[in-house]
Write a protein that binds this ligand. Structure first.
Ligand SMILES: Nc1ncnc2c1ncn2[C@@H]1O[C@H](COP(=O)(O)OP(=O)(O)O)[C@@H](O)[C@H]1O
Ligand SMILES: [Mg+2]
Length: 271
């Protein structure tokens, strides 16, 4: 190999490495299809999206617009039928099942509407679960204590989920998502099972974690009251990204909600 070719290849590797540090999530033209009886649905169609390091993005759209599918593809819960999904520099679309499971455990923090806690385990055992799967829970005591403290859950650490409120259960789920220090935290309708006041507190907490700890977070929601905590809103429609905007453009949540309604109701947005 000539010196020129070698330096070009080193430069390319360096570029890719720098890009993956700057953008922990990079989705390139991802398509995911589902068969429903005789028809095939494209749940997402050639979607491209990058999320910057330390960015908090909200993915909005009506029910059925493809939000969860986009999140699942980003999380490595499923493969795209076409396109590439890079998380922390690795292409998830090329990974086998076992590699994807390992990758997901280490690099992706997942938060769901339904909390998904194990009922027989205490709050702290639930939080440590992703590390136990790696056989590494013992050395993480300090990190666990710091997380419990930060989330205001220290006094509840030995409680089982059925002794915790919805908001507390979601805090446990957030701590479980953060304990591995993932490259990206992905949440699907994280406030969907909570009353609006508790939901707003959870959103505020996610925003604070994003700022204080430079976490990269994507939240799927159909509620403007949730999306307003993000810095950027990506709007989906019929499996594609319709548009996106910065929340900084809006002085209050009502203005943001009105803008979102205008986008969704615009004549060009009709299917
Ligand atoms: N596992 C699946 N099997 C069949 N169809 C699916 C599946 N998951 C999603 N879909 C379809 O893909 C489209 C997008 O769904 P989804 O990503 O769940 O949207 P959203 O989260 O925005 O409500 C819908 O038409 C839905 O019915
Ligand atoms: Mg959904």
């Amino acid at each position: 190999m000539s010196a020129t070719v070698l330096s070009a290849s080193v430069a390319k590797t360096l570029d890719t490495a720098l890009e993956s540090v700057a953008s922990p999530v990079r989705i390139e033209s991802a398509t995911k299809r589902f068969k429903q009886g005789p028809t095939t649905i494209e749940a997402i169609r050639q979607v491209s999206l990058s999320i910057a390091d330390g960015e908090f993005v909200a993915i909005m759209g009506a029910s059925g617009s493809g939000k969860s599918t986009l999140l699942h593809v980003t999380a490595g819960l499923t493969w795209p039928d076409a396109g590439n999904v890079f998380v922390a520099g690795s292409d998830l679309s090329k990974m086998c099942d076992a590699a994807l499971t390992r990758f997901r455990r280490r690099k992706i923090g997942l938060i769901f509407q339904s909390f998904n806690l194990i009922p027989s385990l205490t709050a702290e055992q639930n939080i440590l679960l992703p590390l136990m799967a790696e056989g590494a829970a013992a050395g993480q005591r300090e990190q666990l204590d710091a997380l419990l403290e930060r989330l205001g859950m220290t006094s509840r650490r030995r409680h089982r989920p059925d002794a915790l409120s919805g908001g507390e259960q979601q805090r446990v789920a957030i701590a479980r998502a953060l304990i591995t220090s993932p490259a990206v935290v992905l949440a699907d309708e994280p406030t969907g099972s909570l009353d609006s006041v508790t939901g707003q507190k959870i959103c505020q907490l996610l925003q604070e974690l994003c700022h204080e700890q430079r976490r990269t977070i994507a939240v799927v929601t159909h509620e403007p009251a949730v999306a307003r905590w993000a810095s950027r809103v990506v709007v989906m429609k019929d499996g594609q990204i319709l548009t996106e905007f910065s929340t900084a453009e809006f002085g209050n949540p009502h203005a943001l909600a009105a803008h979102y309604q205008d986008i969704v109701n615009a004549p060009g947005a009709e299917s």
